[in-house]
Design a binder for this molecule. Structure first.
Ligand code: ZN
Ligand code: ZN
Length: 133
């Protein structure tokens, strides 16, 4: 199977021909602040399995060895690598897949840093679009 994806503006596109090793929803502070979102979905691949087919992500040193790869034009976060902790691995932000339903999430990680109200977020009232005015 192929999985394709990219950033919001389309300047960066990627492709892989295999299933990820795992899919985790990360609640750590670094992911939250870099994404500006309550959590980030990550699918892990051998780095040789993911090819950037268009554009060149900018790389931000978010920690001593952590590298966050994003589109410098539109700001979308795409990849994470860490040569020290995860050699040979690349994490891909699963919400940037063209079909984000392609690989279901499996676990929540780093919940020690989770925003308090996120634990019960799935119990909040839900609306197909917006609440009635
Ligand atoms: Zn972009
Ligand atoms: Zn994280």
């Amino acid at each position: 199977m192929s999985i394709t994806g990219g950033c919001h503006c389309g300047a960066i596109r990627y492709r892989t021909e295999r299933q990820p090793l795992n899919h985790a929803l990360c609640h750590c502070t670094d992911c939250r602040r870099h994404a500006g979102a309550p959590m980030v979905g990550w699918t892990m691949y051998p780095e040789t399995a993911v090819t950037v087919t268009k554009g060149h992500p900018k790389v931000y040193e978010s920690s001593t060895h952590g590298r966050r790869h994003f589109c410098a034009d539109c700001g979308t976060g795409l990849f994470y690598s860490n040569a020290e902790i995860l050699p040979g691995i690349i994490d891909v932000q699963s919400a940037t897949y063209d079909d984000p339903d392609a690989v279901p999430a499996q676990v929540h990680i780093q919940v020690a840093e989770r925003i308090g109200w996120m634990e019960l977020a799935h119990e909040l009232p839900s609306f197909e679009r917006y609440p009635p005015q």
